[in-house]
Design a protein around this ligand. Structure first.
Ligand SMILES: [Ca+2]
Ligand SMILES: [Ca+2]
Length: 152
């Protein structure tokens, strides 16, 4: 009986993840965070639309508590540690803003020697979860991304 139950639970979870293409990573202060499960080149509009299908938008870290929570949560439940977030400097090189709100990105939370704009081609931003910090990267890397949804 216990064994059968476990198999069912695992099966249901697998189905949910494979059909929706996302994993819920946690919930903090009225917001739920998700990561996608299939790494792919990043298109901000397209990715934000995918987050909208989940009722949210691309993740915008508003403060250190949120950055810490999301980093720790993805480390705990997921085997990837690099994720695109909803920030970019496409419009104005070196000025990073959030895609959905247009607000300035959380300042001074870069990994060492970043933002570097290496190869003059780093206009998207990844979270490096074990560093709890960001790095500017090309938008064409195969990465999953983080969505957030305000919880009702
Ligand atoms: Ca750049
Ligand atoms: Ca960089």
């Amino acid at each position: 009986m216990g064994f059968t139950m476990n198999v069912c639970v695992v099966f249901v979870l697998t189905c949910l993840i494979s059909t929706s293409g996302r994993v819920r990573v946690g919930h903090l202060n009225g917001t739920t965070y998700y990561v996608t499960t299939v790494p792919r080149p990043f298109n901000l509009t397209e990715a934000n639309d995918i987050c909208k299908e989940y009722g949210g938008y691309l993740w915008e870290a508003d403060n250190d508590a949120e950055l810490r929570f999301v980093s720790t949560s993805v480390n705990r439940i997921y085997y990837r540690d690099h994720f695109y977030i909803g920030a970019n400097d496409v419009e104005n090189e070196g000025t990073f803003v959030y895609f959905n709100s247009g607000k300035p990105m959380l300042p001074n939370r870069w990994t060492r020697n970043n933002p570097s704009n290496s190869g003059d081609n780093e206009d998207c931003v990844e979270l490096i979860s074990y560093s709890r910090a960001f790095n500017d990267v090309p938008c064409q890397l195969d990465l999953c991304f983080v969505c957030e949804r305000e919880y009702y």
